[in-house]
Design a binder for this molecule. Structure first.
Ligand code: ZN
Length: 633
């Protein structure tokens, strides 16, 4: 094959003065290292013509022997970066002749048309890469970047081996003839999403999550199914960071998987945070944890991040493209182009066909699409939720009334997604004077995830992006938001004046939302606002149903909380499409798929939705069960 030929006979295809020292893969990308300084600085269109001939990304870098000494280069780079770029960190990756420049203002560090980077290349013979330092300090991002920097030698070898698998000899001779999907979890249910896509050449897993609401024997996907052989798994694709899609991926690494995990950059960071949290929740409940911190680290080491609409080969016969799913920061729909166009299918993951304050709505236009695997969390005819506008007005009213009484508003939230959406709503309303100016306290996980958001403004919708980049007004940095990081600070919040508190967990199954409730629940001045789905048996559900006496275990004693605070629940802030939006999404899809598999919903809801799609759009539909295999072609 052409690409292999390039690797083997690099010097033949490249002009002799290119003086190639080595050629290697970085995943699906091809990197050529040259010994010729002039050729590195100006390859005169040679690289461009190779790219257009072989239709793969090709990058030219200097051989490490050309790179300026690290100490000298660091001084030189600091001189070339404008002061206005803010704080910067400079990290060298000698394995790949790259220098990573972390900057508070990446746009300014890069310069007009990349002029600063060109200058750095010319002066130091290092290839600069610029990354954003999050505006709010994030420990998890620092840790993840450190894992990647410290393992650069391993990363280079790993990325090369991924490329060899993609472009090397096929396992099976001949063309791909069949495609099948086995549902290992998340079919006819919400939770433990896990799908296995197979062709005679490839084995690819999409998502691997846990069902937190279920008992232990039904919380995990069927990883022991005969279709799944971990040593033959080529790739894992992660659609988004929520635990019911991501939290068992480290377990695959514990069992010995060492292949790539594909996701967007924010998904990598948030998923790592949630996996570490998953371990510590297990420890608090005195359960033996399924995996260790080192397994999460292995996951990070093997992650390959892709931006939306960046097309990448992941095996010899499968090409992956992520599209914006509108569900949470970095959430993606995974589009797979199989066997040079034999078939195109897409997993929606969780998706929202409505633009929120923070995110754009899910994409509906694709180059080709024959089979769609779609979520149906709110798929039944009764699942029409209040509009976002109605919910926002209701929330503002509750806040006004509560503060008038000098009370506090407690909002139990999921760490990822809705909490940031609600932050934007509150910030806007306060600025416009629609609700009184009171502090908004963010507890633990909510703060950490918000910090990750400030590293990835490119993943917000264009309105919020404009506000940040053009008006220099980042709502997440507003002074109304206060971090509550210790028991002492929590006590001050409880004893202080009127305020709004965002705390996890969203269903009040544990975490600081429950601690606040114990302290605030007996005061009729206060209000509780539930915004997320409340699972059967959760404290949130019991309060929704009007229970007035809640018993809590304190040491050996049972202590009651007599509920006197106002209880409100609203559903308009969900990150999922409701029934109408799901149908609108189906009608808008371009092209219209020939077959639709409905997953990620209670079976009755999935069946209801599938039947409406079949009747309304005349598309063949199917609602698979767990452990079922569906042949796509
Ligand atoms: Zn989700």
């Amino acid at each position: 094959r052409m690409v292999i030929k390039i690797i083997e006979n690099g010097k033949e295809l490249l002009p002799s003065h290119a003086d190639v020292s080595s050629i290697s893969f970085e995943g699906a990308n091809i990197v050529i290292y040259t010994n010729n300084k002039e050729f590195f600085l100006d390859s005169n269109g040679v690289i461009k013509s190779i790219v257009s001939e072989i239709k793969k990304r090709v990058e030219l870098r200097p051989d490490s022997s050309l790179c300026m000494g690290i100490e000298k280069a660091e001084i030189e780079i600091k001189k070339l970066l404008p002061k206005e770029a803010g704080k910067t960190n400079i990290i060298f990756d000698p394995q790949r002749s790259q220098v990573i420049i972390e900057a508070e203002k990446p746009g300014i560090a890069i310069g007009k048309a990349g002029e600063n980077l060109k200058e750095i290349k010319k002066k130091t013979f290092w290839v600069p890469l610029v990354q954003r330092i999050p505006s709010i300090k994030s420990k998890i991002i620092e840790n993840i970047r450190n894992v990647l920097y410290l393992n650069d030698d391993y990363r280079r070898k790993f990325l090369n081996s991924v490329g060899e698998r993609i472009y090397g000899n096929r396992k099976k001779e001949g063309k791909t003839e069949w495609i099948r999907i086995t549902f290992l979890g998340g079919a006819s249910q919400v939770g433990r999403s896990c799908y296995l896509l197979q062709t005679e050449e490839s084995n690819i897993m999409v998502d691997c999550g846990v069902n937190v609401a279920a008992s232990e024997d039904s919380a995990y996907p069927f990883l022991q199914a005969p279709e799944l052989k971990l040593d033959q798994l080529d790739a894992v694709i992660l659609t988004h960071a929520h635990v019911d899609h991501s939290s068992l991926i480290p377990l695959l690494f514990k069992y010995g998987y060492r292949g790539p995990v594909y996701c967007t950059p924010p998904t990598r960071d948030v998923a790592s945070l949630l996996c570490l949290d998953f371990i510590s929740i297990g420890q608090m409940e005195n359960k033996k944890s399924l995996y260790e911190t080192t397994d999460v680290k292995e996951m990070v080491k093997h992650t390959i991040t892709l931006n939306y609409e960046e097309v990448t080969d992941i095996t010899p016969d499968v090409r992956l493209t992520f599209y914006d799913a509108g569900h949470i920061l970095g959430s993606a729909m995974a589009h797979l182009h199989v066997a040079d166009g034999l078939h195109n299918l897409m997993f929606t993951g969780d998706m929202n066909y409505e633009s929120s304050n923070l995110l754009s709505s899910a994409v509906t236009k694709f180059p080709r699409l024959e089979t769609l695997i779609i979520e149906s969390t709110y798929g039944s005819k009764d699942d029409t939720v209040a509009t976002r506008r109605e919910s926002e007005d209701y929330l503002k009213n509750v806040i006004k009334e509560t503060i008038k009484k000098k009370g506090k508003i407690l909002m139990p939230v999921l760490g990822v997604g809705r909490s940031q959406e609600i932050m934007l709503i509150l910030e806007k309303a306060m600025k416009a004077g629609e609700i009184p100016n009171v502090p908004i306290y963010l507890q633990g996980m909510v703060w950490d995830v918000t910090a990750i958001h400030t590293a990835y403004p490119d993943f917000f919708n264009s309105r919020t992006r404009q506000q940040i980049f053009h008006k220099n007004d980042n709502p997440f940095l507003s002074e109304i938001f206060k971090h509550v990081g210790s028991q002492k600070e929590m006590k001050q919040v409880i004893e202080g004046g009127p305020c709004i508190i965002l705390a996890t967990s969203g269903m009040m199954t544990g975490g600081s939302s429950v601690e606040y409730f114990k302290q605030l629940g007996e005061d009729p001045k206060n209000s509780l606002v539930l915004t997320s789905y409340q699972g059967e048996g959760s404290l949130g559900r019991r309060l929704q149903q009007g229970e007035k006496e809640i018993m809590f275990q304190e040491g050996r004693k049972q202590i009651p909380t007599f509920v006197k605070m106002d209880i409100h629940s609203m559903h308009g802030f969900t990150g999922h499409s409701d029934r109408n939006q799901l149908m609108n999404f189906m009608h808008r899809l371009n092209p219209r798929p020939k077959k639709v598999l409905v997953v990620h919903g209670e079976r009755s809801k999935s069946l209801d939705f599938a039947s409406s799609v079949h009747k309304g759009l005349r598309i063949e539909t199917q609602v698979p069960k767990n452990l079922e295999t569906v042949r796509i072609r």
